[in-house]
Design a protein around this ligand. Structure first.
Ligand SMILES: O=P(O)(O)OC[C@H](O)CO
Length: 256
């Protein structure tokens, strides 16, 4: 009987390191966990779970959006009681925005999930308010369009750069949200039923006008930050280094 030739023994290939997803709570040293908000506290080595009280509050705020919309739009926005109720729900939602941010910072519950979900919840509420007010003829559609293009455009930009780092809400964004909140809040009031309606009108429109300006300015600022983040991130640096190494290898292989 002839002996079968032995098959060469294969050495196992080294395993590639698994990189956490962009929303995974990596270690503080993980370049994928870069936040560009200098005010953000450093996430500890083993980051907090995304299932925490601050993120529950963000989820609660999202759940309030359809209820708020229903209160605003029922009877074409003409029922003063429902308008006050819509205002109250809007105010509660915006107060939770403040509370969840404070809780996350004071209890070390800042997560990448929260940094992305929190602005989305704010935008959902502002979208419902402005679309609702425009559809009942109380805010011009062009104002709503400018604000929504900026808000959802910046959300898209956040996902565009997410592999390079989490672009958390900056100070300008927070000022913008405060101006929008107060402007929209006053517009939700049934002002014609109040004493001095012109005064409330002037206050509401002044605040909303300022909000629109800050909304656009901070939108441009975020865009600049996003482009800079993509150009200077560790991920881009690693890609550049790998490309340079490949080019050097190819140059070395070329016959002289
Ligand atoms: O301007 P943004 O997109 O960062 O949003 C700011 C947040 O709404 C602040 O809570």
């Amino acid at each position: 009987m002839t002996e079968r030739p032995q098959r060469p023994v294969r050495t196992p290939r080294p395993q590639r390191a698994v990189r956490p997803g962009p929303l995974a709570e990596g270690r503080a040293s993980d370049p994928y966990r870069v936040g560009i908000d200098p005010a953000s506290p450093v996430v500890p080595e083993t980051g907090p779970s995304a299932w925490n009280i601050a993120n529950y509050l963000t989820g609660f705020r999202l759940l309030l959006v359809p209820f708020f919309g229903w209160l605003l739009l029922t009877h074409g926005g003409g029922d003063p009681t429902l308008r006050w109720a819509a205002f109250a729900v809007f105010a509660v939602a915006m107060v939770t925005d403040r509370i969840d941010g404070d809780l996350a910072r004071s209890r070390g519950l800042v997560t990448n999930f929260g940094k992305v979900a929190d602005p989305i919840a704010d935008k959902a509420l502002v979208t419902m308010a402005l679309v609702g007010l425009s559809s009942i003829g109380e805010v011009p559609w062009w104002v709503t369009a400018i604000v929504l293009v900026r808000e959802w455009g910046i959300t898209a930009v956040r996902f565009w750069v997410i592999r390079h780092g989490v672009m958390a809400a900056g100070r300008g964004g927070k000022v913008k949200t405060a101006l929008q909140t107060f402007g929209i809040g006053f517009l939700l009031w049934p002002r014609s039923t109040l004493p001095l309606p012109h005064l409330w009108d002037a206050l509401a429109w002044g605040l909303l006008g300022a909000a629109v300006v800050v909304t656009v300015v901070t939108g441009v600022d975020y865009l600049v930050q996003a482009v800079r983040l993509r150009e200077t991130s560790e991920r881009t640096a690693r890609k550049r280094a790998a490309r340079a190494a490949r080019a050097a290898r190819r140059a070395g292989e070329r016959p002289s």
